[in-house]
Design a binder for this molecule. Sequence first.
Ligand code: ADP
Ligand code: ASP
Ligand code: MG
Length: 418
Amino acid sequence: MPLLVMKFGGTSVADLARIENAAKKVQKEVDRGYDVIVIVSAMSGETNRFVGYVEGTSKLYDAREYDAVVAAGENVTAGLMALRLQEMGVPARSWQGWQVPINTTSAHGSARFVSIPRDHIDAKFAEGFKVAVVAGFQGVSAEGRVTTLGRGGSDTTAVAFAAAFEAERCDIYTDVDGVYTTDPRITSKARKLHKIAFEEMLELASLGAKVLQTRSVELAMRYKVRLRVLSSFEDTDENSGTLVCDEDEIMESKVVSGVAYSRDEAKMTLVTIEDRPGVASAIFGPLADAGVNVDMIVQNISERDYDDHPGAVTDMTFSCPINQVERAKKAMEDARAAGIINYDELVVDTDVAKVSVVGIGMRSHAGVAAKMFNALAAENVNIKVISTSEIKISVLIDRKYMELAVQALHDAFDLDKA
Ligand code: ADP
Ligand code: ASP
Ligand code: MG
């Protein structure tokens, strides 16, 4: 029997009417002759509510209990979806992560898949069940504890099931009708892409476009899963939405294909550090040990015999997710107290955002950075930190200019035009 994976995000299962709407889409595929694995998210707002409960109970919470609480939302939706399908006459059964079992690492809050054995679900299909509804976002560790995959993780559950069950396609149903040149909530000029290359989608996702979780794109790329993003609120067919695929399947090739942003950034500067071999390692070692995900890094020009400091000194600036600032501060203070590093001051700026342009065309085109900086200069947006890779350029700017910067870059690279 051909098999499809269909994933429904939080807004697509926000209430009983929407669950029914999603179930009708599933029924349609069953009627077409498919066995279907449905991956569901928690009803919209539920996961945030649970995270709030955990944080309201314990500041430095036990990550195992965090997972036990926040995984609950998906269990509810899985059961409700199976019930709704049964009401419609579709033989369906729900599965929580541990029942499959979805085996993961024990990195609570950001677990990774280890294996997804097929036997239990395959046996149910063999019995005549047409749909397996699986709770997204969760798994079980080797110690037998419930784990979660990180926010937005149901996308990754969907792709992992598509790979494990060799699905014909993995359809991600959400509240937009595809992947756009930028978040359509920021500019109405955003244009839907018919296709996007895995590598571009990977960059966009990791730079903040939350339409797909980064890890889901990585998995789809590795296991050659046909991945599609489409609307759960519209009538859809085989040509709807955006296909995430190999670069060579794409005819249209713009230098820049999309603009992404992330609000959740912070910038930290260590003022007056020694400029000698080993200093960067002395700073970023403790940050890594503390689990801080450092993103952009700049080291200023060295100055010799500055003020009362003998020898060369410099400043070091880096960015990290805003919710890791406290951890980063503690790591730096502890390292200074232990004599591993020395600095005069640690300056934290939490009013920053990251805006990035992405495109595989950048590999063979010069001048993208100049054009980006010109467009920002024309809007008087000051750039605080810059980082580049082969197919992206990111800048850190004041958060209040974020939307303006996204719109200016979208215009500058003519992304509204096909
Ligand atoms: P779900 O709950 O279905 O998983 P998410 O809220 O996680 O949905 O992701 C969908 C949202 O991603 C959209 O509502 C949109 O605001 C946002 N988004 C950000 N960047 C893009 C983009 N380039 N294309 C489409 N949507 C985007
Ligand atoms: N419910 C989880 C979250 O809100 C997982 C998901 O929706 O993908 O992050
Ligand atoms: Mg999501």
